[in-house]
Ligand binder design. Structure first.
Ligand SMILES: *Cc1c(COP(=O)(O)O)cnc(C)c1O
Length: 408
């Protein structure tokens, strides 16, 4: 196993890992829902409130300037994290869901018309389905869905057949939260661009595991949430190409997003402020920078390598459990292990694991259409982060054997 620099010392950075649940040491395997936060992020949150809490951009006083500086530092840090050409292409939002809604409500409402087509995939999170359905209902657009094979991989031939001059938006998940599948996004983008469609990637799951380069991908929009990258809840970003963002109208009105307001006519602020109405979660944005620093200090490559070792170990180990079927067997996967066990309800499995202090997620993982395609109601999902260990996976396996004994 890789030991970079030392998992024991990484674990010390996450105070919550010391929690004891019903007499058992917490084993946290619900990282695809949200990751835990390192001490430097927690310190940044309290440091902001203790020393320079102020509203940003409008104040002349010292605290307001310091808060504004820290807020804008995160924007530049975020720009670097995804390799965006310009910092104003990074819009702060409340998370992936909010970012996708922004594109649907702003770009979609302005540029799409009746009969235009939007392509998503079978494995989308509800947050990359519902905003497009709302848009289709309003504008009379058509939603098309790329099918998958039984391993949980997109059928690229079918995708290619769907593309035409009518395709205006392709919006797909970069890495699936329910299956772990890493989609061939570069290929998806190239093919969409050939017919003149714009591409949005839902990067909520990919962003903590994979190296991101929006320029190399040539992607038009990229959405992510910081709480899945060891950062605070309630904030994320939308990256968009400048020429697209410039052409898009704001979709929430209020303070900060204006240049001048009169009762007759209001002019809008420039990028990125045009899309940032109201007081944002300043503390969370400020602290997010430290989460990105944390990830980059460990090194995305190191994290990915370690997590794939965990995934491989866990995958091999669960295969030994009779009646267990892994859901999502794509060749390229992030560290998400979803499974069902014959004759056992996922809810019951989770309760027994919880009694061992092991936190997993069960159910449809906000991907109900995917679950119906696979003919199941839900899965048990263990998802791994940089602070997880082989010993914890051994506990999970032990817990599953116990569950089998009790329920089987
Ligand atoms: C978590 C997740 C989302 C939603 O993110 P929010 O932070 O809840 O807005 C969307 N897509 C995927 C793939 C996710 O994992």
């Amino acid at each position: 196993m890789t030991n970079f620099p030392d998992i024991a010392s990484i674990r010390k950075d996450f105070p919550i890992l010391n929690e004891v649940i019903g007499g058992k040491q917490l084993v946290y395997f619900d990282n695809a829902a949200t990751t835990q936060k390192p001490r430097i992020v927690l310190d940044a949150l309290s440091g902001y409130y203790e020393h320079y809490n102020a509203n940003i951009h409008r104040g002349i006083h010292h605290l307001a300037e310091k808060a504004t500086g820290a807020f804008e530092d995160t924007r530049r840090r975020m720009q670097k994290f995804i390799n965006a050409p310009l910092s104003e292409e990074v819009i702060f939002t409340y998370g992936t869901t909010d970012s996708i809604n922004l594109v649907a409500q702003s770009y979609g409402r302005k540029f799409l018309k009746e009969g235009d087509e939007i392509i998503i995939s079978t494995m989308e999170h509800h947050s990359n389905i519902v905003p497009w359905q709302m848009l289709c209902e309003e504008k009379g657009c058509v939603l098309r869905v790329i099918p998958i094979n039984d391993e949980g991989e997109l059928l690229m031939d079918e995708y290619e057949k769907m593309l035409s001059g009518k395709t205006k938006i392709v919006s797909v998940v970069h890495a699936s939260n329910a299956l772990g599948t890493i989609n061939p996004v570069s290929d998806i983008i190239k093919k969409a661009h050939k017919v003149g469609a714009k591409v949005l990637l839902d990067g909520a799951q990919a962003s903590s595991h994979l190296f991101l380069d929006v320029q190399a991908l040539d992607v038009d929009f990229y959405a992510l949430s910081l709480h899945k990258i060891y950062g605070p809840t309630g904030m994320g970003i939308l990256y968009g190409k400048k020429e697209l963002l410039d052409a898009m109208p704001p979709y929430r009105g209020g303070g900060e997003m204006i240049k001048e307001v009169t009762f007759e006519k209001t002019t809008y602020n420039e990028l990125p402020y045009k899309f940032e109405a109201g007081t944002p979660n300043i503390a969370d944005v400020v602290a997010a920078k430290y989460a990105l620093d944390y990830v980059d200090t460990l090194g995305k490559d190191n994290i990915a390598k370690y997590e794939s070792e965990l995934l491989k170990y866990a995958t091999d180990a669960v295969r030994e459990i009779p009646g267990l079927k892994i859901i999502g067997q794509a060749k390229d996967k992030v560290s998400v292990l979803s499974f069902v066990i014959e004759g056992m309800h996922h809810q019951d499995i989770a309760v027994i694991l919880d009694n061992q202090g092991i936190a997993v997620r069960t159910g449809h993982h906000c991907t109900q259409p995917l679950m119906s395609r696979l003919g199941i109601l839900g899965t048990t999902r263990a998802s791994f982060a940089v602070y997880n260990t082989i010993e914890e996976i051994d506990s999970l396996i032990k817990g599953l054997h116990k569950a089998k004994k009790m329920l089987g």
